[in-house]
Design a binder for this molecule. Structure first.
Ligand SMILES: NC(=O)c1ccc[n+]([C@@H]2O[C@H](COP(=O)([O-])OP(=O)(O)OC[C@H]3O[C@@H](n4cnc5c(N)ncnc54)[C@H](OP(=O)(O)O)[C@@H]3O)[C@@H](O)[C@H]2O)c1
Length: 351
């Protein structure tokens, strides 16, 4: 089968479509999916570039992609009646199944949900990793902040990034946050209400001209979802008792141990040391600071599917290309790699 894959660590310019063996059901809860659409996330292009090679080694050919929307064509013996061949599903696949930008992909029943009925495969395939990340961060804040998120002020930078688009919508429409503050570059400010709808974002800061830490009133934010890695520069905006969850700084703490159990002890010690310095800085403002690694979850995708079908969350897709257009894939993946310019997600349709 055709698969977006690499022979060695490289940037998108050197990506190729390789012929690789079609995956087969190996574990009893595996699901084999005929891929209709898959999206490319920063983690795909970063790991493919070798940025993590000191702490995690990969085998080649390295198949790219965690997000998939498609049709079930086979299931393992322990897959319950929840899924059967012919079902339309979406999934963020576990690491051992990575390689969704392909004609076929493996996932597990635990990591899969029925595709939201109102969404196309391209829309559904854009969502799994970013929506799980946004939902799990907001769930954690809702549990850990006394009284939850309802009625609170949250700061979510990068409101039209992949994670940001979902997080700001979930915050307002599902978690009933009172005030959503975000940052955007100037060209995107005029587009945000048209793309996301009115009444989602309450304050937009042009981060290319203004330092959010100087614009957001001091001591006003209950929860910061640090999607861009700048939390330490904006601690003064936090309310005492508030919390910050970062997904874009160096990982540390329990999530690091869960996701990278084989990390060399020295590396884990170094990451944890950097994390605890940040926690100490945050604690001077009486703010909790933690790192979140999103985890695959069919149950969370089921919750999201309901909200997506009710249009309480809209997918935001900036670019679509197809698996036969390698030049288009390289351009889209390069934009993800650069971390600038894109809106929402980059999706590869598999036809
Ligand atoms: N820990 C986890 O489980 C997890 C999960 C998902 C993602 N992540 C990480 O979270 C980060 C965001 O992921 P994503 O998928 O949302 O990325 P993305 O969609 O690729 O984000 C790119 C967008 O961010 C905007 N941006 C860049 N720098 C910014 C800044 N300083 N302030 C505001 N906006 C800025 C850019 O907009 P402009 O063009 O307007 O500058 C760009 O369009 C990445 O580092 C990713 O690796 C972690």
């Amino acid at each position: 089968m055709r698969s977006l894959s690499i022979h060695r660590y490289c940037t998108p310019a050197d990506y190729s479509i390789l012929n690789v063996p079609k995956p087969e059901i190996k574990a009893s809860d595996d699901i084999l999916i005929e891929v209709h659409a898959a999206s490319i996330n920063p983690v795909d292009v970063k790991v493919a570039s070798g940025v993590a090679k000191m702490v995690r080694s990969e085998t080649f050919p390295y198949k790219i992609g965690y997000d998939v929307s498609g049709v079930v064509i086979a299931v393992g013996p322990a897959v319950s009646s929840r899924f059967k061949p012919g079902d339309e599903v979406y999934s963020c696949v576990p690491e051992r199944c990575r390689g969704t930008v392909s004609e076929f992909a493996l996932s597990t029943a635990a990591a899969t949900a029925l595709k939201p009925k109102q969404l196309s495969h391209v829309q559904a395939g854009s969502l799994p990793l970013v929506s799980l990340t946004a939902l799990q961060a907001l769930d954690a804040a809702d549990v850990e902040l006394e009284g939850g998120l309802e009625g609170r002020t949250v700061y979510i930078p990068g409101g039209l990034s992949g994670v940001g688009t979902v997080a700001i919508q979930l915050a307002k429409n599902i978690f009933k946050v009172d005030t959503v503050i975000t940052t955007l570059s100037p060209a995107k400010i005029a587009k945000v209400h048209e793309i996301i709808g009115h009444g989602i974002v309450d304050q937009i800061i042009d981060y290319t001209k203004n330092d959010p830490a100087k614009v957001i009133p001091k001591g006003s934010v209950d929860f910061m979802f640090d999607t861009m890695g700048g939390a330490m520069g904006a601690l003064s905006v936090m309310k005492p008792g508030g919390m910050i969850i970062t997904i874009a700084s160096l990982p540390f703490g329990p999530d690091l141990r869960r996701v990278m159990p084989d990390l060399p002890v020295v590396a884990r010690w170094a990451f944890d040391a950097v994390g605890s310095i940040a926690q100490r800085r945050a604690s001077r403002y009486k703010v909790r600071y933690s790192y979140l690694f999103a985890h695959e979850s069919g149950k969370d995708l089921e919750r999201l599917a309901d909200w997506l079908d009710q249009a309480m969350v809209r997918p935001v897709i900036g670019r679509v290309t197809c698996l036969s257009n390698l030049a288009g894939i390289k351009d889209g993946a390069q934009e993800v790699f650069d971390g600038k310019g894109g809106i929402g997600k980059f999706v590869v349709e598999v036809k």
